[in-house]
Design a protein around this ligand. Structure first.
Ligand code: MGD
Ligand code: MGD
Ligand code: SF4
Ligand code: MO
Length: 734
């Protein structure tokens, strides 16, 4: 049975028909006639970065159903369980409806004018007293691109602080840093279509079957591929593999360096590509000296023959694709691992061609949008803070003095939190993220937030663990209630449209930013004549013109008609709007000399190795039914029923040694804290010595026990390994 059918059966849904309907609505008990929409609004899914096209069915001012858009090139009408139930988020319980200000310890309703007036007054007071950079902003990958573009200008030019980052640093910053180092710019080079054309597909630390389910349909469509999956856990994706490599945790860098050495030693590399389009081969070759087959086998725990077979398959492929996600990024060696992946693609010439690409599979629906237009770790349009030319160019486009553009980035997310602990960050604006569940080692975060003079949280839901701590809660419109664009993992820009108005007094983030700018007195300067997202999009088209992420040829109308267009799409582009586009097809990279860099990397053991007190390695991650901190999916009963609570996966050998039985309630304890009363699943999905806990559940929060260890280059947390022990909970029947 195909994975999609398996999901559908589990969810009781018919995914084959784009006009699927529940015979009986499993949540509300509607009959299908009650769900028959009067009109359909085209949009794009607001969960993951696959970016499926969908249509929202509206009846009497309510979104009563969704269906996949058959005309959309990404998903051709299919949706995964979260997408199929997405309309329930709009009227879910717990939507934020009114601005709330803390008075005498209680959050009380205020009007918008008072809310934003207070916010601006408090932020300004803190900045006057402690300096402009005492204000921090932590944003997200889940707004529309137009909002990201507006927010960057508002923060850097309006508030004048560089200490601005997002939850993307918990997620994709490693891929971004890796791309910049290897290719001179951010930007995933390939296209989804490559999954159908590659003859070898290597997936490293990417569980697409749970987390990017609609990409599995591409894998299934490619009958002649060899699929190789690298993951310490036998995931649903691993179960689809032709070759499964059960690596020891965080040994990927040793594996890839081992593969690189075989390819070079056995003369299997693409000499002409390397000579014409790369630099650094000799240093790379030298750095690989330690990575003999035996050494790689010892570090990874894999059979030497399996490693060699993988190297030969990859190097001899006509077109090879390497996809990776959080198994790589969530690591203090993440950026180096991405560079090693890029090295492997480069020396075999597997980039810029049909089927051939190194490819970070993005996480959130619009993490790409903030990477392109955001003003956090770079200047909009993949411009660099360090480049005087870039600063001058953007200043000219914005008609401001170049001195106002920072010459280097401010603090990254974990450093903003550290700054608050140290009393340097005194006010914080958190939007579209729920760090009280998602940030590692959350006791540090709680300490940081407790130190603040003023905390603003802007979210579509309230209460959440984070809004509950706010001094001011700003209620935001969510997906289905606002207009703009998302960019998916393959750089496809798709339109997002409003089907209904936000609840009560909630406003779109875009409108909130304009109102804040108005109070700050910089609206006319930063957002001249802006009324709606389209105005931001039109300015962004001009600002991106000539850059790698060139939008200048796109219009809202074109995006609506063609169901999404991949960038670069410069003005006057001749090819079909929907054609697949790849980066670096001409062998020209974004570095000064136009060559991609082959970079030396070094494997190291992960921080916090298991020891006698904490003998097990904790891995954390996701399940198909839930989205992150469950503000949305926790409120949708069909998804909640399929996956109601957290569980801990443990190998039968460890369970036997600890005298634990299936379904026992257990405690998971690290040097930082404990998570209590988790249901035990005894399964060979995890190897002996390792356990796995999903991080979706605030009640049993995995980040109570994860550690504060960050990649030195990208600042991304090492979420995937820390040392723990497991005990039976008290009061549990033995
Ligand atoms: N259903 C669902 N889908 C989602 C999301 C969601 O919350 N729910 N979130 C979205 C977001 S923002 C993201 S970033 C993506 C994340 O998508 P994924 O990266 O696929 O998600 P994870 O489950 O966090 O981790 C992936 C895999 O990394 C493996 N791993 C752990 N340690 C190692 C290691 O040392 N080496 C290797 N090779 N693998 C390792 C884990 O066992 C796990 O199977 O999903 C997106 N899609
Ligand atoms: N242990 C462990 N921790 C992890 C991970 C892991 O694998 N293991 N994964 C990490 C990764 S990759 C990620 S991406 C993060 C995700 O972590 P978070 O970003 O904290 O997770 P979400 O639940 O997606 O939070 C998004 C918030 O935005 C709100 N929201 C939704 N739409 C809108 C909108 O349009 N406007 C506004 N203003 N708000 C909106 C939602 O209600 C929600 O509260 O978690 C990280 N944490
Ligand atoms: S695969 Fe991702 S984009 Fe597609 S329906 Fe599922 S959650 Fe939405
Ligand atoms: Mo993510």
């Amino acid at each position: 049975m195909s994975l999609m059918r398996w999901f559908a059966r589990k969810a009781g849904l018919d995914i084959r028909s784009s006009k699927y309907s529940y015979s009986e609505d499993p949540v509300l008990g509607f009959t299908s006639s009650r769900k028959q929409a009067d009109r359909w609004v085209n949009s794009t899914c607001g969960y993951c970065s696959v970016g499926c096209g969908m249509q929202l069915g509206v009846k009497d001012g309510h979104v009563v159903s969704v269906r996949g858009n058959r005309a959309h090139p990404v998903n051709a009408g299919k949706l995964c369980p979260k997408g199929l139930a997405e309309h329930y988020t709009i009227e879910a319980e717990g939507r934020a409806r009114f601005p709330l200000l803390r008075k005498n310890g209680q959050l009380e309703r205020v009007n918008w004018d008072d809310a934003i007036g207070t916010m601006v007054e408090q932020f300004r007071a803190v900045q006057c007293k402690y300096g402009p950079e005492s204000l921090g902003i932590i944003s997200t990958g889940q707004l529309v691109t137009e909002e990201f573009y507006a927010l960057g200008k508002l923060v850097q030019l309006g508030f004048g602080t560089r200490n601005y980052d997002g939850n993307t640093t918990l997620c994709m910053s490693t891929a971004v840093a890796g791309y910049k180092r290897s290719f001179g710019s951010d930007g995933p080079p390939g296209a989804y279509e490559d999954l159908e054309h590659a003859d070898v597909i290597l997936l490293i630390g990417a569980n697409v079957a749970e987390n990017h389910p609609i990409l599995c349909t591409r894998l299934e469509a490619n009958q002649s591929k060899t699929l190789i999956v690298v993951d310490p856990r036998v995931t649903k994706t691993a179960m689809m593999a032709d070759i499964y490599l059960p690596v020891k945790p965080r040994s990927d860098l040793a594996l890839i360096n081992g593969l690189l050495r075989i390819v070079i030693d056995e003369d299997l590399y693409d000499k002409s590509f390397v000579a014409s389009h790369t630099s650094g081969l000799e240093d790379l070759r030298e750095s690989l000296t330690p990575y003999t087959l035996d050494y790689a086998a010892q570090i990874t725990g894999l059979e030497p023959e399996l490693i060699r077979k993988t190297a030969l398959l990859y190097a001899n492929a006509k077109a090879a694709f390497i996809g990776w996600t959080m198994g790589v990024n969530h690591s203090t060696k993440g950026t180096e691992t991405v560079n090693a992946i890029n090295n492997l693609a480069l020396i075999t010439g597997n980039i810029g061609r049909k089927g051939a690409s190194p490819f970070s599979i993005t996480g959130q629906c619009n993490a790409m949008g903030t990477r392109e237009t955001g003003f956090t770790s770079g200047i909009p349009g993949y411009r660099k803070f360090e480049s005087e030319m870039d600063r001058r160019e953007i200043a000219r486009l914005w008609n401001i003095s170049a001195e106002r553009i920072p010459t280097q980035r401010g603090l990254a997310y974990p450093d903003i939190i550290e700054g608050a602990v140290a009393g340097k960050i005194r006010a914080l604006w958190i939007l579209g993220t729920n760090p009280l569940v998602s940030f590692p080692n959350i006791d540090v975060l709680k300490h940081a937030l407790g130190n603040l003079d003023f905390l603003v949280v802007q979210d579509g839901f309230h209460p959440t663990p984070t809004t509950e701590l706010a001094d001011l809660v700003l209620p935001a419109a969510i997906w289905g209630e606002k207009e703009g664009t998302y960019t998916n993992s393959e750089r496809r820009v798709s339109k997002v449209n409003a089907a209904v108005a936000p609840p009560a007094e909630a406003r779109s983030d875009f409108d909130i930013f304009l109102a804040v700018a108005e109070h700050l007195g910089c609206r006319e300067e930063l957002f001249p004549d802006w009324r709606e997202p389209r105005d931001a999009f039109d300015e962004w088209r001009r600002v991106s013109a000539g850059r790698l992420c060139d939008y200048s040829g796109m219009t809202y109308e074109l995006l609506d008609q063609s169901c999404g267009v991949q960038w670069p799409y410069p003005i006057g582009e001749k090819s079909r709007a929907t054609a697949s586009r790849r980066l670096y097809s001409n062998g020209q990279f974004e570095t000064d000399d136009g060559r991609a860099r082959l970079l030396s990397t070094r494997w190291e053991p992960f921080p916090e190795q298991p020891n006698s007190e904490f003998p097990l390695i904790l891995n954390t991650g996701r399940t198909v039914e839930h989205w992150h901190t469950r503000t949305k999916t926790g409120a949708i009963s069909i998804l909640q029923r399929m996956s109601p609570r957290a569980w801990l996966e443990m190998n039968p050998k460890d369970a036997q040694q600890l005298n634990l039985q299936a379904h026992d309630r257990v405690e998971v304890i690290s040097a930082r804290g404990r998570v209590s009363k988790i249901e035990l699943r005894i399964t060979e999905i995890v190897a002996p010595g390792q356990v796995f806990l999903p991080f979706h559940f605030a009640e049993t929060n995995a980040n109570q026990i994860t550690q504060s260890a960050f990649d030195p280059i990208s600042r991304e947390p090492n979420y995937k390994q820390c040392a723990v022990r497991v005990e039976r909970s008290s009061g549990n029947p033995a």
